[in-house]
Design a protein around this ligand. Structure first.
Ligand code: SF4
Ligand code: SF4
Ligand code: SF4
Ligand code: FES
Length: 954
């Protein structure tokens, strides 16, 4: 329950062209066929009392409060489970119905604690409301009989409590866990009076299969399942709609507030990306925003061995500007640059790239998308003509075959995973290509038809063999290819892909995937109806990441699986604004809207608007900035919201590069790993403290709305603007909406975007312009953005990173549901209860060979470096492959990863590192050095504040 005032229809909306007309309490109403009487009543302006029904869940019909009378029918049917019929005459209010409803309520209340005044749901409780609605005045059964009033509370979950004494066994929680979340963690245990909600095998929530998504808490009509934040703080008094700042799903939330304090986050039922659902991060892990580790004052220091000195904003900005000017005067215009972040808003990112191009006078701007989805931009632009996914999330509900490649949606994109699972339970088929047995392979009521468990690094070999089957078995959608694609390029590709060396039988030696499975999967994808491909960093973070994205696009074009609902090529973006940061011109070779800096016409447009001459040469990419720093030609760096010291590969190379800088400026909310190498720290603002927009994986632009004042006094875009002004390039925005107006003015795909328009439509998927004034849910409908779809030959070139006797295992990295990326936010929340260290997952067979047992400390050594972490024996790994997450700086996952990268975009090859693993008894040399350095830096910070932030410790 929440502050939401929109009507709850009681049952999900039905879609049908056929309308049924009926009469409810004398009011005629027409509704789509299949609609429940309860839902139709809302349209007729009548609210039928209800407890077990809510419109996010299918009707269950257990509480008997929603009884109605229907002319010509016997008895008192439940309006939630009765569907409308033509000419039906329904009465919802009669003396008999009132009696029956009061009787039902009496039964509930006789087994319910009468502590309304001190209950956390007081004022926001459906049971309380219904007692009022039915006019309950007495409880004839008394409270002395057998009851559940002493049932014990389960407080094991850090975010919500379960108080069974308040449970009315309406099963809304059970159904929410099944239908909305798809985890099936809850059951109603026992029968009749003994019925009780039970997590898994009667376990506490924390020990059960529950993933803490909170759907059950939201569905519960009483205080049985309740957020602890509401128990502590009381009910909110207002709410503001905003967008989650974690992953690329981009869930819409209502921040329920008391003054400037967030009481709880409630997923927005009208949110088009999430349709009222959320995961543990977005719903619960917001406490980092007010964590004591937040740095609230700007700081500067001459050397990184000096203590920090708190200064005014003016001094910090003035010092940065003078340092940057000094460096440019000494080392040249190209000696400084900036890095934008996919954590930041579109407006902030746009300003940083503008600052670099217009005020620094070069194109040395890059973004963290470099290290995740840059191959998506390259591959999709080359083949389809636009650097973005083709569908909206709703599209998956029309898919017949879902292929997931190199993505782990239940951990990485949990809300979208729930939507996929819903479609799969409805009967869609599933193909998974992943080295690990990810959860989606086998999860309640879902089993993948094919799990192509390939060896890491062999994606292109696999996609080529899938395409080979489609081409050689005559499964190409010839009419689509002839009409929509460049047939000459197709012919070249067809000749290449038909070669026997690309057959599943030949490629099996490389991929390790049995040829028959590849053949089966290819046939299913090509002939099973609407086929949709979803992929993640397991595709892009390879030395052939761009080739693989192209291979996926080839596959979709060859089968005609593009250009309508249910199909498409869909990158599951990692961070909240990866799509946006790329759209905003964060790459050194592209201006906003993916237009090359060497294009004179495009540059002229920006030059006129910005009033400054722009460089026509692409600038430095992040790895080039590091190399140039080590060479001594790059000396100043402005990093907004990005922790390159932890997230980029080959940590020792990165830190060496950072040590070479003369002015390193970090703008962030915490003293992150990168800030430990900084000379200027500019305190950032969290998503709760600023206005702006994020663009999610479906190109959906959603508003981020300020719900509390910026703790350091400035929103991030203001800081960039001040720096620009101090450097002598004037920026004069009064609100981020003016920055969006400028973006719209200069970017053809954004022409129709404005804050007013977003407010009107809830969110907008670009392209949004005269041709598509309401945005574009599905792209490439009549023709590809580039005109004809372009097939490109995808030769499989194995990575140089090979296993050898010395490094016999392959390490692959990824993330986990409860933590997020470098963990700067989630490590400062109770999410640590699920995952408080990075562990090395290893197959029991590989572990046994090395004498490794669960929890043992193991050294992991690669050609780049070594680190130590604890082992976790995992059957989901294939022998020969080990896996770890990178959420904790001290575990040093990126000390081991190498500087191999994608041939086209330099996206690092995080997913393939040859390693050896062995038992050890002490931390690695790097870890010892890291701890020492980190402790020194925290000490230098503490000498400024007199306090060492605990959670900043490694
Ligand atoms: S916990 Fe809440 S939602 Fe679940 S059965 Fe009890 S009252 Fe209903
Ligand atoms: S929090 Fe989510 S996963 Fe856990 S029991 Fe509730 S609905 Fe199921
Ligand atoms: S799925 Fe992603 S966007 Fe949605 S709540 Fe979770 S982290 Fe936030
Ligand atoms: S609301 Fe219809 S039976 Fe409960």
């Amino acid at each position: 329950m929440s502050l939401d005032t929109s009507p709850d229809y009681g049952t999900p909306k039905r879609v049908s062209e056929k309308l049924v007309t009926l009469e409810i309490d004398g009011v005629e109403v027409s509704v789509p066929e299949g609609t429940s009487v309860m839902s139709a009543a809302v349209d007729a302006g009548v609210r039928v009392p209800k407890l077990c029904a809510t419109d996010s869940l299918e009707a269950f019909g257990s509480c008997r409060l929603c009884l109605v009378e229907i002319e010509g029918r016997k008895g008192y049917p439940a309006s939630c489970t009765t569907t409308v019929a033509p000419g039906m005459k329904v009465r919802t209010q009669t003396p008999k119905l009132a009696d029956l409803r009061r009787g039902v309520m009496e039964l509930y209340i006789s087994d319910h604690p009468l502590d309304c005044l001190t209950c956390s749901a007081n004022g926001n409780c459906e049971l309380q409301d219904m007692a009022g609605v039915v006019g309950l005045r007495e409880v004839r059964y008394g409270y002395e009989g057998e009851n559940h009033l002493k049932a014990e509370k389960d407080n094991s979950n850090p975010y919500f409590s379960f108080d069974p004494s308040k449970c009315i066994v309406c099963s809304r929680c059970v159904r929410a866990c099944e239908e909305t979340q798809g985890t099936f963690a809850l059951t109603i245990d026992g029968r009749g009076f003994a019925s009780m909600v039970s997590p898994s095998e009667n376990q506490p929530f924390m020990e059960s299969e529950c993933v803490s998504c909170g759907a059950c808490v939201q569905a519960c009509p009483t205080a049985t399942l309740m957020e602890k934040s509401v128990i502590d703080k009381g009910q909110a008094d207002h709410s503001v709609t905003t967008t989650c700042a974690y992953c690329g799903v981009g869930c819409s939330f209502r921040a329920e507030m008391k003054g400037a304090e967030v009481v709880r986050m409630v997923p927005n039922r009208d949110g088009k990306a999430n349709r009222g659902h959320s995961c543990v991060k977005g719903r619960f892990a917001f406490g980092y925003a007010t964590h004591p580790d937040r740095i609230r004052k700007p700081m500067i220091r001459k050397k990184i061995t000096d203590p920090w000195r708190e200064v005014s904003w003016d001094e910090a900005i003035g010092y940065t500007a003078s340092e940057f000017k000094r460096i440019q005067a000494k080392y040249g215009r190209g000696s400084i640059g900036g890095i934008t972040s996919s954590r930041c808003t579109n407006e902030e990112t746009y300003l940083v790239q503008k600052l670099v191009r217009a005020a620094f006078g070069n194109n040395n701007v890059d973004t963290c998308a470099r290290v995740c989805h840059s191959p998506t931009g390259y591959g999709l632009k080359t083949t389809l003509g636009e650097s973005a996914g083709t569908q909206d999330f709703d599209s998956v509900m029309k898919s017949d075959v879902i292929m997931i490649i190199g993505a782990n949606p239940t951990d990485g994109h949990p809300v979208f995973a729930s939507r996929m699972k819903r479609r799969l339970r409805e009967g869609a088929k599933l193909i998974i290509a992943d080295p690990r047995v990810i959860d989606m392979v086998r999860t309640p009521h879902i089993e993948a038809s094919y799990h192509l468990q390939l060896r890491p690094g062999t994606n292109v070999a696999l996609v080529n063999s899938l395409a080979h089957v489609i081409v050689t078995e005559g499964l190409v959608k010839e009419d689509f290819v002839a009409a929509r694609c460049d047939v000459k390029e197709f012919a070249k590709w067809k000749a290449f892909i038909s070669e026997a060396r690309n057959s599943p039988e030949e490629m099996e030696k490389t991929t390790g995937v049995p040829a028959e499975q590849v053949r089966g999967a290819a046939r299913l994808y090509a002939t099973g109806g609407n086929g949709a491909i979803y992929y993640g960093l397991g595709v892009t973070e390879h030395s052939q990441g761009s080739t693989m994205v192209i291979g996926i696009a080839n596959l979709a074009m060859a089968t005609g699986n593009i250009g309508h609902e249910g199909v498409g090529v869909n990158p599951l973006r990692g961070q909240n604004n990866v799509q946006g940061s790329c759209d905003m011109g964060s790459f050194p070779h592209e201006l906003p809207g993916y237009r090359h800096v060497s294009d004179d016409k495009v540059r002229a447009q920006f030059e006129e608007d910005w009033g400054v001459k722009l460089d026509n040469e692409p600038g430095l990419r992040i790895p080039n900035m590091f190399d140039a720093s080590i060479d001594g030609s790059f000396k100043g760096l402005y990093v907004q919201g990005e922790d390159i010291a932890q997230s980029d590969p080959d940590t020792q190379h990165v830190t060496h590069a950072l040590e070479g800088l003369e002015c390193m400026v970090v703008q962030d909310i915490f003293l992150n790993e990168t800030a430990k190498f900084a000379h200027v720290f500019l305190p950032g603002s969290s998503f709760l403290e600023k206005n702006g927009t994020f663009t999610n994986a479906e190109r959906r632009i959603s508003r981020v709305r300020k719900v509390m004042p910026a703790l350091a006094g400035k929103e991030d875009w203001e800081v960039t603007m001040d720096l620009s002004n101090a450097l002598g390039y004037p920026m004069k925005y009064r609100h981020p909406s003016e920055i969006m107006d400028e973006i719209a003015r200069l970017t053809p795909t954004f022409t129709g975007v404005s804050y007013d328009r977003i407010d009107e439509l809830e969110s907008i998927q670009w392209p949004c312009n005269d041709a598509a004034p309401d945005g574009t849910p599905v792209m490439h409908v009549d023709e590809f953005v580039r005109g004809k779809g372009r097939f490109v030959v995808t030769e499989y070139v194995p990575t140089e990173e090979r296993t050898t006797g010395k490094y016999p295992l392959i390490l692959t990295t990824g993330r986990i549901l409860s933590q997020y990326n470098v963990g700067a936010q989630t490590r400062r929340t109770a999410n640590n209860m699920w995952h408080d260290e990075d562990r090395l997952e290893i197959h029991p067979h590989d572990a046994e060979q090395r004498g490794i047992k669960e929890g043992d400390w193991v050294g992991v050594i690669s050609r780049a470096g070594d680190t130590v972490m604890r082992a976790k024996l995992a059957e989901r790994m294939q022998p020969g492959v080990v896996y770890t997450t990178f959420h904790f700086p001290g575990s040093g996952a990126n000390v081991i990863t190498t500087d191999n990268s994608d041939w086209a975009t330099n996206c690092p090859e995080y997913k393939v590192t040859a390693v050896q693993v062995s038992l050890v008894s002490q931390p690695s040399t790097w870890q010892k050095h890291f701890r020492e350095f980190s402790d020194t830096q925290l000490d230098l910070l503490a000498r400024r504040t007199g306090r060492v932030p605990e959670s900043s410790k490694a």
